[in-house]
Design a protein. Structure first.
Ligand code: FE2
Length: 323
């Protein structure tokens, strides 16, 4: 089995730049996932995020989760549960507008560190998009522009905890899915594992590594790269011991961004025959479809977008302004 790709970002500034870029390319093409070390986000900030998140869970979320489990009778299930996940979550929005000051039950220090962390993740996401462009042979800002829409990208964080689960075989922490959006940056627990991705028909652990950021690619990057890069199925297996922290930040296109395969990446022959494998659509329309189909395969979603009455015409590939 090949090793899970771990990228040391420091090497992008030295003699090993070309080899590191090649590792990122291979990870994007063959894994849909990679793990970053030396990404520039201060470790003491990550420690503060972790400390605050775990304390907030204990103070504000744990009891609520226990009550939910009891009310649904999930402790003693005897058959597989397919409509609920064993997770406790809340969401923060950063772009186009932050809602951190309005989210209840967060103390000032927690709000402050999450704001700072989100700003640094936003910069890291943009740096990564530029690196992807370089590997794809696209102009440097191509992906950032593709995500821009009229109000810039959407950026948000899902803060999750996966408490110990008595029946991890019967209830998933999070059922298998691909992510709908652009690029996802995950700060995961370094002791309690559980995240797995599907590669060549096998579920593979994403290894916990202290102070790393796990990156994965969403459906929109698969569309824009015309399938050169793939969004990959992943899931969380809750553990019988230990609560797993998972802070996933989603750097996505703006609501009205028009998403379509980059013309440079569409095979010439396919272009002539107008046989684009991937559709063209407004990101918000994709998200409306995804909302009800998250835990189903992505291919039917792409197919549905081809026939759906979206707000873009499906003629020649060119950016279209949405009024
Ligand atoms: Fe996901």
């Amino acid at each position: 089995m090949e090793n899970f790709p771990v990228i040391n970002m420091e090497k992008l500034h030295g003699e090993e730049r070309a080899a590191t870029m090649e590792m990122i390319k291979d990870a994007c093409e063959n894994w849909g996932f990679f793990e970053l070390m030396n990404h520039g986000i201060p470790h003491d900030l990550m420690d503060a995020v972790e400390r605050n998140t775990k304390e907030h869970y204990r103070k504000c979320m744990e009891q609520r989760f226990k009550e939910l489990v009891a009310s649904k009778g999930l402790e003693n299930v005897s058959t597989e549960i397919n409509d609920i996940d064993w997770e406790s979550t809340f969401y923060l929005n950063h772009l186009p507008q932050s809602n951190i000051s309005e989210v209840p039950d967060l103390d000032d220090d927690y709000r402050k560190v999450m704001k700072d962390f989100a700003l640094r993740l936003e910069k890291l996401a943009e740096e990564l998009l530029d690196l992807l462009c370089e590997n794809l042979g696209l102009e440097k800002d191509y992906l950032k522009k593709a995500f821009h829409g009229s109000k810039g990208p959407t950026f948000g964080t899902k803060v999750s905890n996966y408490p110990p689960c008595p029946q991890p075989k019967l209830i998933k922490g999070l059922r298998a899915h691909t992510d709908a959006g652009g690029i996802i940056l995950l700060f995961q627990d370094d002791r309690v594992r559980g995240l797995q991705l599907l590669k060549d028909g096998e579920w593979i652990d994403v290894p916990p590594m202290r102070h790393s950021i796990v990156i994965n690619l969403g459906d929109q990057l698969e569309v824009i790269t015309n399938g050169k890069y793939k969004s990959v199925l992943h899931r969380v297996i809750a553990q019988t011991d230990g609560t797993r922290m998972s802070i996933a930040s989603f750097y996505n296109p703006g609501k009205d961004a028009v998403i379509y395969p980059a013309p440079e990446l569409v095979e010439k022959e396919a272009e002539e025959k107008k046989k684009h494998v991937y559709p063209k659509f407004v990101f918000e329309d994709y998200m409306s479809l995804y909302a009800g189909l998250k835990f189903q395969a992505k291919e039917p979603r792409f197919e549905a977008m081809k026939t759906m009455d979206t707000r873009v015409n499906v003629g020649p590939i060119a950016p279209i302004l949405i009024s």
